[in-house]
Ligand binder design. Structure first.
Ligand code: LLP
Length: 421
């Protein structure tokens, strides 16, 4: 459920008419709904209660500080994968003891910044990383709290580019070697083992892979405790999928996911951490664009928008589907015709949809891509020297620009031409 609905024939974000935002800042732009963000966060909170838990928003999905602040104010923790995300979380007011540091290639410098600034836990992904963290912690005279990410060799049944829990993936250590690696962790100075971490992939539309993975993690927790480790936290990762179409998709609900967690690991007495990104923010955001031209090709019509693959790369990168809806509600008898919806970037990959049935569209009409709040703005680039798209946050009947559109000068002046040229 989200808060993007037609009211009096105009698409609104909560109580704000989206064309009013377009009139103020121009297109394209991302717009997020506070009520949707809050609602989705609370669904996870309710799903995990009464287990002791922390919902750590996976900031990679959307790292705008206003989004982070919104969730942080509700008590959310953050899952970060770079020092940049760590510093953003801190800047948005999230305390270090609510920040979990994940990622397969943390540098010593990143470890240092997090240890000095305060961190809840590092999710360690390899033995070399574990040894490096031990060295950095010793050099600072502190103990680094760690969970070790195990790879349970489970098929997440999702797009190959976002599956992470199979043994051929680069993530974590094989669960079969976990006891050995935990034994080394216990021997190394400067490390404090606090738990186990697992994350098997993103946009999961079935619960079964979680069931398999979490059952393995529960068995491992018992074995590690028997080995003398103080396993008091389980970080169960993120990945719960969202519906990208309004028709027949029905991914599992947070409530059912919570029940599964209780069933598989609930008796261990551990504090549960989860790292959802997409489910919290995906359907809380739209990308709004304007039709530049309608081009009638030989055998198809192209809708050429002012948004492009550099602004929303998911269709080009994963063949992902995003529903596209006009800002002005079509008349019930308007009918539909197929369009190839494309951007102005100079490659054929800059195609959002092929043969997409839409009501007849004209130059200047505006459309919104739904489900664009996660992995939208964060994956944008300036390809073709197109300035990064601004972001807007709506709450009730007001909105604020939470990242402004850079001017062309700002974009261009980041380059420097050497004196000798
Ligand atoms: N935790 C870890 C360790 C992760 O690697 C990820 C996502 C998450 C949590 C959050 O997963 P979520 O709940 O958002 O599914 N760019 C791709 C998605 C990449 C996901 C990477 N890792 C896309 O646009 O579909």
């Amino acid at each position: 459920m989200d808060h993007f609905l037609y009211k009096d024939g105009i698409l609104h974000a909560e109580d704000v008419a989206i064309p009013d935002i377009a009139a103020t800042i121009g297109t394209p732009f991302y717009v997020y709904s506070t009520a949707t963000l809050e609602r989705h966060y609370r669904l996870f909170e309710e799903a995990l209660a009464p287990l002791p838990h922390l919902v750590c928003f996976a900031m990679k999905a959307n790292s705008n500080q206003a989004v982070i602040r919104t969730l942080g104010n509700l008590g959310a923790g953050m899952d970060v994968v770079s020092v940049g995300e760590y510093l953003r979380a801190k800047a948005a007011g999230v305390p270090g003891d609510r920040i979990v540091f994940s990622g397969v290639g943390k540098t010593r410098e990143e470890m240092r910044v997090a240890l000095e600034g305060g961190i809840r836990q590092f999710n360690v992904e390899s033995e070399p990383e574990m040894r490096a963290l031990s060295e950095v912690a010793v050099s600072l005279g502190v103990a680094a709290p760690i969970a070790i990410r195990v790879n349970p060799d489970v098929d997440a049944k999702t797009h190959e580019k976002i599956a992470t829990g199979k043994k051929e993936n680069k993530f974590g250590i094989p669960i079969t070697r976990a006891r050995e690696v935990y034994a080394e962790a216990a021997r190394l100075p400067g490390l404090e083992v606090v738990g186990i971490d697992v994350h098997i992939g993103s946009q999961l539309t079935e619960l079964e892979p979680y069931e398999l993975a979490y059952t393995k993690v529960a068995d491992l927790a018992r074995a590690l405790r028997a080995d003398g480790h103080d396993i008091r936290r389980l970080d169960l990762g993120g990945g719960l999928g969202i519906p990208y179409t309004r028709s027949n998709e029905a991914p599992p609900l947070p409530k059912d996911y919570g029940d599964l967690i209780k069933r598989t690991v609930g008796d261990l007495g551990c504090e549960i951490e989860i790292e959802p990104g997409r489910l919290i923010v995906g359907n809380a955001g739209l990308l709004v664009a304007q039709v530049i031209y309608v081009k009638n090709g030989e055998d198809r019509d192209f809708l050429i928008l002012d948004a492009a693959m550099n602004d929303l790369i998911r269709p080009a990168m994963y063949g992902a589907h995003h529903d596209i809806v006009p800002l002005v509600e079509p008349a019930p008898d308007a009918g539909h015709q197929p369009y190839d919806v494309v951007g102005p970037v100079c490659e054929s990959g800059d195609t959002f949809a092929r043969g997409r049935p839409l009501p007849p569209m004209a130059e200047g009409d505006r459309v919104a891509f739904r489900s664009a709040g996660a992995y939208g703005a964060v994956m944008a680039s300036e390809y073709n020297s197109r300035p990064l798209v601004p972001e807007v946050l709506v709450k009730g009947d007001h909105f604020a620009v939470i990242r402004s559109r850079p001017s062309f000068d700002e974009m261009i002046n980041r380059d420097t031409i050497p004196e000798w040229l």
